[in-house]
Design a protein around this ligand. Structure first.
Ligand SMILES: [Zn+2]
Length: 570
């Protein structure tokens, strides 16, 4: 660039991705995304805020703090000189800009880091400013949005910088306890102490397209391991594949995504009393009346029902998210290294009410089934579900689960990663989850893998779904001479909806269209939606402590279920 005259330098800039020479104004109009190769150039905090918030809504929070050079740090320059130079070149007083604003009309507090200011490093002032922003969010009862860009903790402030990771994390924990949403948006680059604290311990983590995030930087890892790093290491897509972020978002979609997430999560503390009351009859009466829609005893053989439940045309969780719910925003990842494709989940609306939907995902074609591991969740899938359940509880969202799995993934890898413990943790958590939980067995409810999503206040079941402690084939292999006895096993297992309704394992059967769900998915969706609303609305009025107590009682009473069943049949 030495050959370029100063004036031309302002008019043109060279893309770091493809080296194209770009007209500066055109680049800015395109949000500093290269129109040639799509590379996202780094943004300063003021420009980032301008792109994200409603025009005119930004109210900056105080950014002046007492000068601090706590450890008299000097490298080739004294630390105060570096600070002065950073202030002069950026026009900012520190490496973060905080303010209140609205995004699509939803109020929020934002803290946006600026990499130009000493590499966006986290020192005492940055930690204090972000903590104050979090406290403001808590006072106002609004979500906190963090946009990160940082090389890590600020070396020039020594261990005091390190302490900031704890300080900011504590402030985020207070927002959690208050049920207020926290979102971080990872931008390039986010490393070290920032990555290992508030960039990733928020409720939701979005990565801007092309962003890289990690604890150790690539150069350090290469030095330590002496090995070349895999293609795309630590990039947004890599993070998504490894369950570290909820989504990768192009810059032009970022504002829209934040708007949708703020809207879907109620944009602040949802006052319980504000939930619309549409209850027609008290819950006790409903129970006394028994299921309103219990169908006539099925004349279909249990084995035929198993085959209908497994029909490849049967609507999947993603089909129902499209037909029964609105505005689904999928959230990914278990935060421990993986994103299991056999479980899908995220926020959505049911008849205008915000809910968290979590379900097993199969598929209609062989390729889809293979890609989704036939709906068999890995430990990562269960941990993703757990994360979303807890998030729903914090945000005051009811949880709706859609269960359709042959069972949990039985592979060697799943065992190595603690499949049993993962399922156990979900079951335990669901028993005490302080928010309404409604489960629907939509297809196959296979053993522990199904129960990991099906400990609920109300458990519904589609008419031709099945729910069983073991597959008929597995049962036949153990208890009969061979697997060809599966049809007998199916009958013996009492796995159909009417049987399970009599057992009290499920509360209500959702009738399917004349033949089955796969023949009329639209009508199935209409019926499922009606059943969900009829069962969910009464739950919204039950005080949380009562709800949890009743749920625990519901699962305590099964010691007597067998006797109940016999009484019902004979
Ligand atoms: Zn480019």
């Amino acid at each position: 660039m030495t050959a370029t005259a100063p004036r031309e330098e302002q008019l043109w800039s060279r893309c770091a991705g493809c080296a194209s020479l770009l007209y500066r104004k055109r680049l800015r109009r395109n949000l500093d995304v290269c129109p040639e190769c799509g590379a996202h150039a780094r943004l300063g905090a003021p420009e980032r805020l301008r792109q994200l918030v409603d025009p005119g809504s930004l109210r900056p929070l105080p950014d002046r703090l007492p000068e601090a050079d706590p450890i008299d740090f000097v490298d080739v320059l004294p630390y105060p000189h570096r600070l002065t130079a950073a202030r002069a070149s950026t026009g900012l007083s520190e490496a973060v800009v905080c303010g209140t604003a609205t995004i699509g009309g939803h109020p929020a507090v934002l803290a946006v880091m600026d990499f130009r200011f000493l590499g966006g490093s986290l020192g005492c002032a940055v930690g204090e400013l972000i903590t104050q922003a979090a406290e403001r969010a808590l006072d106002d009862g609004v979500p906190l949005i963090l946009v990160t860009a940082s090389g890590g903790a600020r070396m020039q402030e020594g261990a005091l910088s390190l302490m900031q990771m704890a300080t900011v994390s504590q402030a985020i924990a207070a927002l959690r306890e208050a049920g207020l949403l926290t979102v971080s948006v990872l931008t390039d680059p986010t490393y070290g102490g920032v990555a290992a604290s508030f960039a990733t311990n928020t409720d939701l983590v979005l990565a801007e397209s092309g962003a890289r995030m990690g604890f150790a930087g690539p150069r350090v890892i290469r030095q330590i391991t002496g090995r070349a790093l895999p293609e795309g290491f630590q990039t947004a897509d890599f993070l998504l594949r490894h369950g570290q972020v909820d989504m990768v978002v192009q810059r032009r979609s970022l504002r829209g995504r934040l708007m949708a997430l703020l809207a879907a999560t109620g944009s602040g503390r949802p006052p319980r009393s504000a939930v619309p009351r549409q209850e027609s009859a008290p819950r006790r009466e409903r129970l006394a009346d028994g299921p309103a829609t219990e169908p006539a005893p099925a004349d279909r053989d249990a084995w035929d029902t198993v085959r209908v439940a497994r029909h490849p045309g049967r609507p999947t969780t993603l089909d129902y998210l499209d037909s029964v719910f609105d505005g689904f925003v999928e959230l990914h990842g278990d935060r421990l290294g993986a994103d299991c494709p056999a479980v899908v989940g995220g926020v959505a609306r049911l008849d205008g009410r915000h809910v968290m939907v979590i379900g097993h995902q199969k598929g209609h074609t062989t390729a889809e089934l293979v890609a989704r591991n036939f709906g068999m969740a890995s430990p990562a899938g269960h941990r993703k579900a757990l994360r979303l359940m807890r998030l729903a509880a914090r945000l005051g969202l009811p949880v709706i689960t859609l269960v359709d799995t042959p069972g949990a993934d039985p592979g060697v890898g799943a065992e190595e990663q603690g499949q049993a413990a993962a399922i156990a943790e979900n079951i335990l958590t669901l028993t005490v989850l302080p928010t309404p939980v409604l489960a629907v067995i939509t297809g196959e409810g296979g053993s522990g893998g199904a129960l990991a999503l099906a400990v609920a206040d109300r458990v519904l079941m589609l008419e031709h779904a099945v729910y069983s402690v073991i597959s008929p084939e597995g049962c036949a292999a153990i208890l009969w001479p061979d697997r060809s006895a599966a049809p007998q096993a199916a009958r013996a297992l009492r796995l159909t909806a009417p049987d399970l309704c009599r057992l009290g394992v499920i509360d209500e059967v959702v009738p399917e269209p004349t033949t089955a769900a796969h023949d009329d998915p639209a009508e199935t969706a209409r019926r499922l939606r009606a059943a969900l609303l009829a069962n969910l609305l009464p739950l919204l009025d039950v005080p949380t402590a009562t709800l949890v107590r009743r749920r625990r009682q519901r699962f305590r009473r099964f010691g007597a279920a067998r006797a109940t069943f016999r009484a019902g049949v004979r």
